[in-house]
Design a protein around this ligand. Structure first.
Ligand code: AP5
Ligand code: MG
Ligand code: ZN
Length: 260
């Protein structure tokens, strides 16, 4: 029998907090974050052909072609640390990618456990994106106002340089990313809502509060406990404690008695 795997999808517009939350969920779920944007940026940093190809799309705020993205995800999922599952961040982003993912997981006799949608309005998204700073080395996420690194410009996790992402600096590209998101990713969210896998959380709250809401939404409901064999004593006690209700006939008698 195939090993039990856990695949989770995080949805949310740019800046909604997918990356921030996925990193916190990794340890709890015991599966790695698979963030397509981070994978493209890592490839770019290493100067690979894939990175160079992706850059031209990312700089314009457009999606990298599906064939390239799906192949990259498939490769990532075949790595040893992902055998038990993954937390998808930024993937799937359109229906073609969702269908490719469903088919990929079906091959392994598995599917998506849940899809969590982090909701946030457009003004707040802009504030989050423009203030975001990222570690060049480990891609840890910071915000100049909400979660700055302890030492300005230096990553708390690895000591790497903390910078603004190239695609965050260009306001036109940011607006384009948001437009594409709402146009192409909304049908994907509906796809998983239709499968009754979608959980929605309010992304406007603090990072820890959002994390708790996500964990509560993902956590499987505890299996119903079998009824205890015998609890007659307790039941009887509860019954006794309740005030004894009078029957309508008795009440009528009491009223008459009081009027006298
Ligand atoms: P990607 O890297 O996926 O970027 P994105 O989708 O634009 O999403 P973001 O990373 O911007 O937002 P996030 O939700 O992760 O927010 P974060 O946690 O950082 O993609 C980049 C590009 O790659 C795309 O444009 C495309 O070209 C390409 N690409 C990627 N995937 C692709 C795919 N599947 N197909 C084709 N192309 C693809 O949080 C934002 C900020 O807010 C941070 O500063 C954080 O500190 C702060 N913050 C987070 N939560 C809170 C909170 N609760 N309170 C206060 N501040 C908070
Ligand atoms: Mg991200
Ligand atoms: Zn770092």
């Amino acid at each position: 029998m195939a090993a039990k795997r856990t695949y989770l999808i995080l949805f949310g517009a740019q800046g909604s907090g997918k990356g921030t939350q996925a990193r916190m969920l990794q340890e709890w779920l015991g599966v790695p974050q698979v963030a397509t944007g981070d994978l493209f940026r890592a490839n770019l940093g290493q100067g690979t052909e894939l990175g160079k190809l992706a850059k031209s799309y990312m700089d314009r705020g457009e999606l990298v072609p599906d064939s390239v993205t799906v192949a990259m995800v498939e490769d990532r999922l075949s790595q040893p640390d992902a055998v038990k599952g993954a937390i998808f961040d930024g993937f799937p982003r359109n229906l073609a990618q969702a269908e490719a993912l469903d088919a990929m997981l079906a091959q392994w006799d598995t599917g998506i456990k849940a899809a969590v949608y982090i909701q946030l309005d457009r003004d707040e998204l802009m504030k989050r994106i423009t203030g975001r700073r990222t570690c060049k080395n480990c891609q840890a996420v910071y915000h100049v106002e909400f979660t700055p690194p302890k030492v300005a410009g230096v990553c708390d996790v690895c000591g790497g340089e903390v910078v603004q992402r190239a695609d965050d600096a260009d306001k036109v590209a940011v607006a384009r990313r948001l437009d594409i998101y709402f146009e192409q990713t909304t049908p994907v969210i509906d796809h998983y809502r239709g499968k009754k896998l979608l959980k929605e959380v309010d992304g406007s709250l603090g990072i820890e509060t959002v994390q708790q809401a996500m964990r509560a939404a993902i956590k499987p409901k505890p299996a119903r406990k079998a009824k205890p064999a015998a609890r007659p004593v307790k039941k009887a006690a509860v019954k006794k404690a309740k005030p004894v209700k009078k029957s309508p006939a008795k009440r009528a008698v009491t009223r008459k008695a009081t009027r006298k």
